[in-house]
Design a binder for this molecule. Structure first.
Ligand SMILES: Cc1ncc(COP(=O)(O)O)c(C=O)c1O
Length: 404
């Protein structure tokens, strides 16, 4: 008896995922692959205290089902937090999601028919590609900042455009204000939705934050613009709460709410209450200086170690924020998919560029995380990576000298 086949999209995933899953078993592996915060920076005692009080004082809200759109008080708090002069956000501009990932998934559900076009900042966040893969979209890569990039042409006919303007995942790039404005103008000119995904906006190490595209979209009255802004508590507090939010025009929030009903019905009430109290008590602001100091030092330590060990092999730019350095091979013969396997043999894990390319064709870049590990482990991981690169290049030369 044969069972029905699984859906086609499952066979279209990148096999690097399998390599990552296997990597979890390697002893003493230095993981510089994920986008993970350092658990040592989480304010565990304060969170434990908040959680205890919330469950005792508000058991029905914390342990019952919540409204699909999210707890009204949390929606109001987020609307107030993101409102600016000229940008009047209200409760019906806000949907609470189960992490930023759910927002990406819901957007795929409400905006994409098979073959629908996504104009995506290139390279593109791996989780977004994963979320939209079952919808079989077509990708139109947006090389923001490249000579000749034309936002109007990129957005024309697309269902939506997707960008991570603050310290992008994977490149760490901070999209300048002029480029943000140009994307917004193109969204307005074409009528296309513009998704601004912003998990890293608070992780800003070298200067004040730039205005969000959402801020630039302010028109004075109640918000009804083309920007769909995605936020999350994952990098600001901790990812385990799975609290994210969408800020958008009320009709987009209504559509996403319909999709959320069929997805998980509601986000955990307990976690929403914790998020609300964390905002109300200023917990997120209190922990930020230490988080920024620690991550800034780690970024500097990684880049110094890369200068020492990786300069002959890779080019990169120092990111001004976020969690990643994006580095590109100087020698086109360095295949970074193969490098991942060699890196694991040397006890270090990085993410190859192919995972951020909808076509899986980028074999020259790697993403290196600097937030999870202390400075000495980052230095050791970089040394291991240099050895892995040297061995990958040497293997490639041997292979090409024996093949015709
Ligand atoms: C660009 C981007 N968007 C969304 C997410 C999803 O975050 P979460 O689901 O933890 O809120 C991440 C996580 O790393 C990310 O890098």
């Amino acid at each position: 008896m044969t069972r029905p086949a699984l859906a086609d999209w499952l066979s279209q995933t990148n096999d690097v995922t399998q390599v990552f899953l296997a990597a979890g078993q390697i002893p003493d592996l230095i993981n510089m692959a994920g986008g993970l915060p350092d658990p040592a920076l989480w304010p565990v005692d304060q969170i434990a205290g908040l959680t205890d009080r919330i469950i005792r004082d508000h058991p029905a809200q914390a342990l019952g089902y919540s409204p699909i759109e999210g707890l009204p008080e949390l929606r109001d708090a987020i609307a107030a937090r993101f409102s600016r002069p000229g940008l009047a956000l209200r409760r019906d501009n806000v949907l609470i999601t189960t992490g930023g990932m759910q927002a990406l998934d819901l957007l795929g559900k409400v905006l994409l028919n098979p073959g629908g076009i996504i104009a995506a900042q290139s390279p593109t966040y791996l989780g977004a590609l994963d979320a939209w893969r079952p919808r079989a979209p077509s990708y139109r890569p947006m090389h923001l900042g490249a000579n000749g990039f034309d936002p109007l042409a990129a957005l024309q006919g697309a269902q939506f455009a997707y960008t991570v303007p603050n310290f992008s995942n994977p490149t760490g790039r901070l999209v300048p204000v002029g480029e943000r404005q140009a994307l917004l103008d193109a969204a307005r000119g074409t009528g296309t939705w513009l998704v601004e995904d912003d998990p890293y906006g608070t992780l800003c190490y070298d200067g004040p934050p730039l205005p969000r595209i959402l801020d630039l979209a302010a028109t004075g009255g109640a918000y009804d613009g083309p920007v769909i802004y995605l936020g999350t508590l994952s990098k600001e507090l901790a990812p385990g709460f799975r609290i994210g939010w969408v800020i958008a025009a009320p009709r987009m929030i209504a559509a996403l709410t319909t999709a959320k009903q069929g997805s998980d019905m509601c986000t955990s009430g307990l976690c929403q209450m914790i998020a609300l109290r964390a905002f109300q008590t200023g917990l997120t602001e209190q922990i930020l200086p230490r988080v920024l100091d620690t991550y800034r030092q780690r970024r500097d330590a990684l880049c110094a170690a890369m200068d020492r060990h990786l300069a002959p092999f890779l080019d990169w730019q120092i990111p001004q924020g976020g969690m990643f350095v994006w580095a590109t091979a100087r020698d086109p013969r360095l295949d970074t998919d193969r490098l991942l396997r060699a890196a694991l043999d040397h006890g270090v894990c990085i993410t190859p560029g192919s995972t951020f390319d909808p076509m899986g064709q980028d074999r020259r870049s790697v993403r290196i995380n600097f937030t999870l590990n202390p400075q000495d482990r980052l230095a050791e991981g970089t040394r291991r990576l240099a050895k892995a690169i040297a061995s990958t290049l040497a293997d490639g030369q041997t292979a090409s000298s024996i093949s015709p």
